[in-house]
Design a protein around this ligand. Structure first.
Ligand code: HEC
Length: 410
């Protein structure tokens, strides 16, 4: 990245051809840029968090001005996989700058990153996110894990027995990463059957040390998604009246993704859960996936699709959110529905990044009816491959899935 060596103060830019419109001011750090960085970047770009450099002060941000302008213009920062522009829904967890904010940052960087008037600076951001109103259970790795230093990204799965004697429903959760500098994301899955538990136990026994390696997914058939978290996220409350079942007498698997960019530290992460004995609308996680992938090599943009129809006996299905998933050759993903003959966009990923994925909840849930169809389309860049790539959970396999958090009325 380029460093800004001199900070040039330019005269005010007057909007050309304006008919009495006020002049377009050159944005300055304190007045225009600092509030954007405080609200959208500082949760990760501060000491002790996941990003390796802070963006809290002018001295922090100025040397990065052009890198910030590029990353925001390309929408690689802040990292968020879903298109949140409004063209295809909006999401509660969105990390998203609007076009005007991106333009402000771009104009600021182009003008040489002027500091401006420090008295107009916003207060330094504080981070004391609201936790849960009540903690009924804490999911704990039960040990301190030392991530593998040999790999850039260590994906490790730990089998945890929550010890439930009766079914309960997760209605909210709050993740406490042990080492926020290296926990890139974590996901908790339910193992609902003895077969699933046995498969996980076998994987665990096959590898030395605690847990087992689990790149991509947890490598156990029928593992059911329960909780997902990424850097900077605070407590998440499931939609009112909904919850995800945890079955009595069954174990869970916690998938940890450690990234060593900031170093390798011993970690013991925990998840606080708010539980209910029952919920008015039990939510389920259903996936739409294209498992017949056959991706030819040396293609810059190869797409595959799969369509499913919602059974006619289902009265309606409410979609509350989703988690799109591909591996590293994925570039774009789109999910649409045909609702009573009309095409609807459910989710659009414009720049897939395997490194940054997670669950996102709709700002406005979407209701479909029995007989509607849903279609997933995944695009891949296979230029780096010499052979056909197929579906699978290995590093060199691919996937094409959208997991939906939904409730059904029959
Ligand atoms: C969710 C956490 C998170 C948020 C929010 C975030 N960043 Fe980052 N950022 C990172 C991490 C981690 C890296 C290190 C590289 C990586 O892992 O992708 C990074 C890297 C960068 C880089 C280095 C170059 C690059 O593109 O990789 C720039 C510049 C940057 N961030 C700017 C920003 C700006 C500006 C914002 C807010 C508008 C922002 N980031 C918000 C986590 C975050």
């Amino acid at each position: 990245m380029k460093r800004v060596e001199t900070v040039i103060a330019l005269p005010l830019l007057v909007a050309a051809g304006g008919c009495g419109e006020p002049s377009a001011r050159i944005p300055t750090y304190h007045e225009d840029v600092a509030p954007i960085l405080a609200a959208n970047c500082a949760s990760c770009h501060r000491p002790g968090a996941i990003a390796s450099f802070p963006l809290l002060t002018y001295e922090d941000a100025a040397p990065w001005a052009s890198a910030i302008a590029t990353a925001t213009a390309q929408r690689t920062m802040p990292p968020f996989s879903m298109d949140n522009s409004g063209a295809c829904n909006t999401f509660v967890e969105a990390r998203w700058l609007d076009d005007a904010e991106i333009a402000t940052i771009g104009a600021w960087a182009a003008a040489g990153a002027p500091a401006g008037d420090a008295t107009k600076a916003p207060p330094e951001p504080t981070f004391s996110p609201a936790g849960l109103d009540r903690v009924d259970m804490t999911i704990d790795m039960g040990l301190t894990y030392h991530p593998n230093e040999q790999v850039e990204d260590d994906y490790r799965c730990f089998i945890i027995d929550p010890g439930l004697t009766e079914d309960r429903f997760i209605t909210a959760f709050d993740v406490k990463p042990g080492e926020a500098r290296q926990v890139h994301h974590l996901t908790l899955f339910a193992l609902d059957s003895p077969d699933a538990e046995e498969a996980a136990a076998t994987l665990d026994a096959e590898e030395p040390g605690p847990g087992y390696t689990c790149y991509g997914d947890v490598r156990v058939p029928d593992a059911r998604w329960l909780v997902g978290w990424g850097p900077g996220e605070s407590a998440l409350f499931f939609p009112e009246g909904t919850g995800l079942r945890m079955k009595a007498g069954h174990k869970t698997v916690l998938q940890m993704h450690y990234n060593k960019e900031n170093g390798v530290f011993p970690d013991r992460s925990t998840i606080d859960l708010r539980l209910a004995e029952s919920v008015p609308h039990e939510a389920v996680i259903n996936r739409i996936a294209d498992t017949d992938l056959r991706l030819p090599p040396r293609q810059p943009a190869h797409s595959e699709s799969e369509e499913v129809t919602i059974p006619p006996y289902i009265d309606s299905v409410t979609l509350w959110g989703l988690w799109p998933h591909m591996h590293t050759m994925g570039t774009k993903l789109r999910v649409t529905a045909n609702h009573r003959g009309e095409e609807m966009c459910l989710a659009q990923v414009n720049r897939w990044n395997f490194h940054w994925q997670g669950f996102s909840h709709y700002t406005k849930p979407i209701t479909l009816t029995g007989g509607d169809s849903m279609r997933i389309t995944c695009s891949y860049d296979t230029m780096g491959r010499d052979t056909v790539t197929t579906w699978g959970e290995g590093t060199y396999d691919e996937m094409c899935i959208a997991f939906f958090f939904m409730t059904e009325q029959e």
